[in-house]
Design a protein around this ligand. Structure first.
Ligand code: CP
Ligand code: NVA
Length: 303
């Protein structure tokens, strides 16, 4: 049994398979062809933080695979009344086939997985968001081909998305140019990179974007950090992806944002709504890649 708790849980070879499968699943979805590989399987989705894309993509995706879902939140389950995570894992995993969790500390999802009889998927933690980067890389490949050897510019917070991009770069052979305000740097130990070779740090976000094939950013304040909102707004003022940064990037550079976005903060409206932006494909692709992911975790490689 395999879990998907961080990006490095899969090998490059497994990613090649999942991307290929996601392309097939997407093609069938677009032509209204049934793809019922998970009939009678149930996915439990546990949300301790808000979500739009993760909820809709997992829920719609599981139904499209012929399965069903159970949706739990902290407020409407015993999780909010301090039932130990280990006990919750033992119970939920006796009744379902797969579990997706969005929570706070990575250690919480690890404790759940250690007590689960079924595969567990990370739907976002404070440290990582592997399903999002899975969709982002699939989207890059769809638009531009292989990502190996390319440069991704990360502009903004050294957060869960930044950590996940760094793990992905290590594994899939591309480079990440990281520019964060001081005090919000990526912690390479937390990011869990195998080496620092695929990461270059820049103080100036414009320089980080120089020649990049993909420019990406995220909110200044992630869920769970709202108390720091005011301090972050001041610190991040120069870390707004604007037209000058896109002009410094490669001529055919793409712009991505995991969403939800705040126009006028981490990105200019002209960039996110402009011709280089692929954010809507990126959001849609969450569903296609996660269908491939769920299928792979439950059935392994299919012909
Ligand atoms: N990108 C993402 O995970 O969006 P949600 O918070 O809406 O799920
Ligand atoms: N970094 C953001 C991503 C939201 C999808 C957060 O954790 O809130």
């Amino acid at each position: 049994m395999q879990h998907y708790l961080q990006f490095k849980d899969f090998s490059a070879d497994e990613y090649a398979y999942v991307f290929e499968r996601a392309a097939l699943i997407k093609k069938k979805f677009k032509s209204y062809e049934k793809h019922h590989t998970l009939v009678d399987r149930t996915l439990a989705m546990i949300f301790e933080k808000a979500s739009t894309r993760t909820r809709v993509s997992f829920e719609a995706g599981m139904y499209q695979l012929g399965g069903s879902v159970v949706h739990l939140t902290t407020g409407d389950s015993q999780l909010g009344r301090a039932e130990p995570i280990e006990d919750s894992a033992k119970v939920i995993s006796r009744m379902t086939d797969l579990v997706m969790i969005r929570t706070f500390e990575q250690t919480k999802i690890e404790r759940f997985a250690a007590n689960s009889r079924v595969p567990v998927i990370n739907g976002l933690t404070n440290e990582f968001h592997p399903c999002q980067v899975l969709a982002d890389i699939f989207t890059y490949i769809e638009h531009r081909g292989a990502i190996a050897g390319k440069t991704v510019a990360w502009v903004g917070d050294g957060n869960n998305m930044a950590n996940t991009w760094l793990q992905a770069a290590d594994l899939l052979g591309f480079t990440v140019h990281v520019s964060t305000p001081s005090g919000y740097e990526v912690n390479q130990a937390v990011a869990g990179m195998r080496s620092g070779a695929s990461c270059r740090v820049f103080q100036d976000p414009l320089q980080a974007c120089q020649g990049a094939h993909l420019v990406t950013t995220d909110v200044w304040t992630s869920m769970g950090y709202e108390a720091e909102n005011e301090a972050r707004r001041a610190a991040f003022a120069s870390w707004c992806v604007d037209r000058a940064m896109m002009a410094a990037a490669a001529p055919d550079a793409l712009f991505m944002h995991c969403l939800p976005a705040h126009r006028g903060e981490e990105v200019e409206a002209e960039v996110i709504d402009g011709p280089q932006s692929v954010v809507w494909d990126e959001a849609e692709n969450r569903m296609h890649v996660q269908k491939a992911l769920m299928e792979y975790l439950l059935l392994g490689r299919l012909a």
